[in-house]
Design a protein around this ligand. Structure first.
Ligand code: ZN
Length: 94
């Protein structure tokens, strides 16, 4: 039997950054729910801004969408979340 090196086989929780040994992306159900609730709320806002930008096809509407995305990224950076590590689902109904 080999002894594991500290941190070996550990994953970092996408929500809180805590290292954990679970095979999932989150350390707890609370973190998973928090992540997914924020994702759903933000998704609704981004959907509306994106649809409006596409319908109007003006720079002003596209700018609003980009500003909102930048605000979310800034918030995530302040709070230590890295969305580049998360899975991306591009198909509806999954
Ligand atoms: Zn966590």
């Amino acid at each position: 039997m080999t002894r594991k090196t500290r941190g070996e086989g550990m994953k970092r929780c996408l929500e809180c950054g805590t290292k954990h040994s679970r095979t999932r992306q989150f350390c707890t159900d609370t973190c998973r729910k928090t992540w997914n609730n924020r994702r759903m709320t933000r998704g609704a806002v981004i959907h509306d801004l994106a649809m409006r930008a596409r319908a109007h096809k003006t720079r002003a509407h596209t700018t609003l969408l980009n500003q909102q995305l930048d605000a979310y990224l800034a918030q995530d950076t302040r709070e230590g979340r890295d969305y580049t590590l998360g899975r991306v689902d591009t198909q509806e109904g999954r």
